[in-house]
Design a binder for this molecule. Structure first.
Ligand SMILES: Cc1cc2nc3c(=O)[nH]c(=O)nc-3n(C[C@H](O)[C@H](O)[C@H](O)COP(=O)(O)OP(=O)(O)OC[C@H]3O[C@@H](n4cnc5c(N)ncnc54)[C@H](O)[C@@H]3O)c2cc1C
Length: 446
């Protein structure tokens, strides 16, 4: 203890055993601290979020799991294949073109196994991992963070005192709800319907397991993600208003089947597919936080913010922010200052990363962005700069950021002059968010 005789059960507590929680717990141990991690589920447990970015490799190296991930047999991802609904137009987003990442090739993972590997690593480095333990409440005094924990096995409750807390509870948002931190994203009010299938043909050629991203002829889009030798995760994302119109009171399963059958290229790929899981639905998944840290607490991963899944940013950001949270708490330990103001740089970084990706994600829900993004022969240099961000390198070089500006400049011009072929519908029934057209400066290409 530094400068106080206060008794702590552990230096730090991490709530949540997903990628953000495991990453911060492993890193805190690597910094030499005592750490307890509470996870309410018993692993392995299902989770959506299966396609990773190149920058995830840096996190694997930092956490000491690179070899394990490499030998786990996860399908290799080298980039993304883009298609329009009819399979006519589209191009390859090739991560190997990116010069600013350590290693381009990454993976698409079955989350049960992936999250288990990370949590086991936490155990191995000495984190006290407690599964089936629900953190039911927490409070903060000038000297400590105090957690209430309930066992889901026998209902036993306990209290725990630590110096500070990492909230990595994902969309559940333990502290975001307690302190009312969430900022909604009305322009990304989408719904995802998905399942896992066998018998979905893989891509031909040397990179058969890349993600396919297929734009519908409205504002919706599909992902097809190989997550094991046999299984492919298939899901559709639709703006909620469009979903209501398309589903017309039918079940999510019927809506998924209908959107598959009226998207020609997906219908063709799914001709022999067999569904192996229940159809699942997720919504209200895009938001940020008014604060990413406070007195004796810090948010990591989805507990802070999450963006629509279109560019597969979630897990890679979760690991990155978990590692950053640990570094921040280690610094705070050294100066014995866990105050909100001492975490200002951490919060700024989380917000900056969110904003960088958000610009692309919000843009994707406009037809002009899609006209340019899906065009088969885009200007090479500019698209390499876009691919750099999509490979996860959000804090890229000044030159790349300048080229990103040119990309958004092209979209701005596309709004007015149609310099690229108009492939995507503009009519109201296409279901693009209306607010995005009028108010959001990013969506309007500025
Ligand atoms: C439809 C959809 C598709 C997606 N596709 C992708 C993709 O292709 N690629 C990608 O990278 N990301 C994707 N994501 C995002 C991805 O799922 C998340 O960003 C990622 O899981 C975040 O990790 P995390 O550790 O922050 O949270 P989580 O993985 O959600 O982990 C949080 C953990 O906290 C535990 N927990 C919650 N509350 C408590 C409590 N009170 N006490 C104890 N434990 C608690 C939960 O049980 C959970 O295990 C997608 C998301 C959606 C909605």
């Amino acid at each position: 203890m530094i400068g106080t005789d206060f008794q702590y059960d552990f230096d730090f507590a991490v709530v949540g055993g997903g990628p953000a929680g495991s990453s911060s717990a492993i890193s805190l141990r690597q910094h030499g601290h005592s750490v307890v991690l509470f996870e309410r589920e018993t692993f392995p447990r299902f989770h959506i979020g299966e396609s990773l970015l190149s920058t995830a490799n840096d996190a694997f190296a930092a956490l000491g799991v690179a070899k394990q991930i490499e030998s786990a047999g996860f399908p290799e991802k080298w980039g993304a294949r883009l298609y329009t609904h009819d399979g006519q137009s589209g191009r390859y987003v090739d991560f190997t073109n990116v010069r600013e990442v350590t290693k381009a090739q990454t993976y698409q993972v079955c989350r049960q196994e992936f999250d288990r590997i990370l949590l086991e690593r936490a155990r191995k480095v000495g984190v006290d991992v407690r599964e089936a333990c629900n953190v039911t409440g927490c409070e903060f005094t000038p000297d400590a963070a105090i957690l209430d924990v309930a066992s889901r096995v026998d209902g036993a409750t306990s209290r725990m005192q630590v110096r500070a807390l990492v909230d990595a509870t994902g969309r559940g948002g333990l502290l975001a709800r307690k302190f009312d931190l969430r900022t909604e994203e009305p322009r990304l009010a989408n719904i995802a319907i998905y399942s896992h299938y066998t018998n979905v043909p893989r891509l031909e050629g040397p990179r058969p397991d890349d993600i396919r991203l297929i734009a519908r002829n409205d504002a919706g889009w599909f992902w097809l993600i190989p997550i094991s030798k046999d299984l492919t995760s298939v899901g559709v994302v639709l703006p909620k208003d469009l979903y209501r119109r398309l589903a017309n009171g039918d079940s999510a399963e019927e809506a998924l089947n209908r959107t598959i059958s009226d998207t020609p290229i997906v219908a063709e790929l799914m001709r022999e597919a067999r569904r192996e899981w229940a159809v699942r639905v997720e919504k209200d998944f895009s938001y940020s936080a008014s604060a990413y840290a406070g007195d004796r607490w810090i948010l990591a991963g989805d507990a802070g913010s999450f963006l629509d899944p279109v560019f597969s940013t979630g897990v890679s950001i979760a690991m990155e922010s978990g590692i950053e949270a640990a570094a921040e708490l280690h610094r705070a330990f050294g100066r014995n200052d866990f105050s909100a103001s001492s975490f200002a740089a951490f919060s700024r970084r989380q917000r900056k990363r969110f904003e960088r990706f958000r610009r692309f994600v919000v843009g994707f829900y406009t037809p002009q962005f899609r006209d340019v993004f899906f065009s088969p022969e885009p200007p090479k240099l500019i698209f390499r700069s876009v691919t750099t961000v999509l490979a996860g390198k959000w804090n890229s070089s000044l030159w790349t950021r300048f080229l990103n500006e040119l990309f958004f400049g092209i979209i701005w011009i596309q709004k007015r002059l149609n310099i690229a072929r108009r492939v995507f519908r503009r009519d109201r029934d296409a279901g693009y968010p209306i607010e995005a057209r009028s108010k959001d400066p990013v969506a309007s290409g500025v």
